[in-house]
Design a protein around this ligand. Structure first.
Ligand code: ASC
Length: 148
């Protein structure tokens, strides 16, 4: 590899990683962002729950819209748990045991993607199963990493 290639790669990596860290002006903004995203996820996840429990009439299209929203939003909070953003409801083990937190975050994203696939198919039994599996990934992560 030529030197200018190495330099180019290094600059690209630095740019990408500093861009990821520089997205929030300060810890407070990162905390506000991740809590806001979690709130909106919870709102839409709750609507799916109400629909499949029969609290509100089951409407396949509405449920599928909500699962698509949750699947997309599930990718967002994690960037706001960067270095030096401790605080809010986040336990400090998010930073001290970050690998475990990443595993939990990945599980949740995978579960929401599966829920979205199930909802697009419209089969209520699979939606119920995938909804419950997703809820367990929310709860598991909160049990381990969210202040009580
Ligand atoms: C929600 C919400 C959570 C999860 C969790 C699932 O709607 O706000 O924290 O689901 O209760 O067990």
């Amino acid at each position: 590899m030529k030197l200018h290639h190495i330099v180019l790669i290094a600059v690209t990596l630095l740019t990408v990683s500093s861009a990821a860290f520089a997205q929030f002006q300060n810890a407070e903004k990162a905390i506000d962002y991740r809590q806001s995203v979690m709130t909106v996820i919870s709102t839409h996840f709750g609507r799916i729950g109400s629909a499949i429990k029969g609290d509100t009439p089951y409407n396949k299209e509405e449920v599928a819209k909500n699962t698509a929203i949750v699947a997309m939003l599930s990718t967002l909070p994690w960037q706001a748990f960067g270095p030096d953003t401790e605080g809010g409801k986040a336990q400090t083990n998010i930073w001290s045991d970050n690998a475990k937190f990443k595993v939990a975050a990945d599980k949740m994203q995978l579960a929401t993607a599966n829920l979205n696939v199930a909802a697009q198919s419209g089969d209520l039994a699979s939606v119920k199963k995938a909804f419950s599996a997703t809820g367990q990934t929310c709860k598991g992560c909160h049990d381990d990493f969210k202040k009580k």
